[in-house]
Design a protein around this ligand. Structure first.
Ligand code: 13P
Ligand code: SF4
Length: 301
């Protein structure tokens, strides 16, 4: 079967079964093209909460499907690639959050959405890369634990008066981008703007022209009168930029910075998932109920 046939079959099944297909900006091109909505973590969480369809097919990694299942427990949430784990989400446990709370009883706990449901359940509020500073500024506490990403925490700390206590997690994809990558890219593409994700290291952030979430980068590039851009994030996003911002030239800051888990979803797996209505993401209600409070608090901001 050629890719175009699989895509038509997927669209047909999605209509028949009343399913919405959500895909992250890092997904492979074919999966992005077959989706109803392609976006960053915040846009996808909002879509998962707001869509009327009974079935959500989540083309992303596990914490994203978990978030959708927590927000819509009455719906069927499918994760076509059940082995698509985000390693950063595994860098802190619910037990470790409890210990942090004991050590810092006056601090508020902000969990990046890239965490397990168990961690969200122990946290006060969630954030994504698109709203992290806004979330922190919305809190009454002067001391804020931000977990698990040390780089996102460090980025937010630049702009707030609050004391930010970071956990030492990181995204291996963004953390592998270096100052040497920036020097090389600037040399190869003089005049191009450098946009990086807040999951990048502080030294890379220092050298960037703009810092954005993935969809923030797309909006920035589409609205800019500049033509060339270097992007310090996962290169799957380039497909979405080329679609939405025709005429722009985009270069990855690092060719090696590929998220293997985001590439585990294929058109074949999406079709199978729609046909069999598996693998399904279910979060036990005793954890989901507490995690929902943290996610919904974020969505209200
Ligand atoms: P955003 O798309 O929310 O910017 O996040 C990037 C990411 O690494 C998701 O896993
Ligand atoms: Fe996790 Fe990084 Fe992959 Fe996003 S890009 S899913 S944070 S490993």
């Amino acid at each position: 079967m050629i890719a175009r046939d699989i895509s038509s079959e997927i669209r047909l099944r999605a209509e028949e079964k009343d399913a919405v297909i959500l895909a992250h900006n890092y997904q492979v091109a074919g999966v992005q093209d077959v989706a109803d909505i392609v976006g960053d973590s915040l846009e996808l969480a909002r879509a998962a909460a707001g869509r009327r369809e009974e079935i959500i097919v989540f083309c992303g990694v596990d914490f994203m499907a978990e978030t959708a299942a927590i927000l819509s427990p009455e719906k069927t949430v499918l994760l076509p690639a059940p082995d698509a784990h985000c390693p950063m989400a595994g860098m802190i446990t619910g037990g470790e959050v409890k210990t942090l709370r004991e050590r810092f009883p006056d601090a508020a706990v902000v969990a990046y959405v890239n965490t397990t449901a168990e961690v969200k359940a122990e946290s006060d509020i969630c954030c994504t890369s698109a709203n992290a500073l806004k979330v922190v500024e919305s809190l009454e506490a002067d001391q804020v634990i931000m977990l698990p990403d040390r780089n996102l925490a460090g980025y937010v700390a630049r702009f707030t008066e609050k004391e930010i206590l970071p956990w030492q997690g990181f995204c291996y994809v963004h953390d592998m981008m270096t100052i040497a990558d920036v020097s090389r890219a600037r040399l190869n593409h003089p005049g191009a703007e450098l946009l990086v994700h807040p999951e990048c290291r502080p030294g890379v952030i220092d050298l960037a022209d703009y810092i954005h979430s993935t969809s923030g980068m797309i909006r920035h590039i589409c609205a800019s009168d500049k033509r060339e851009f270097i992007i310090g994030t996962e290169p799957g996003i380039i497909h979405q930029i080329e679609k939405r911002c025709p005429g722009k030239r985009v270069y990855p800051l690092s060719e090696k910075a590929v998220c293997i888990n985001m590439k585990k979803t294929s058109l074949e797996k999406v079709l199978q998932s729609l046909e069999n209505l598996t693998p399904r993401m279910v979060v036990p209600e005793e954890i989901a109920a507490r995690a929902r409070v943290a996610i919904e608090r974020m969505l209200q901001i």
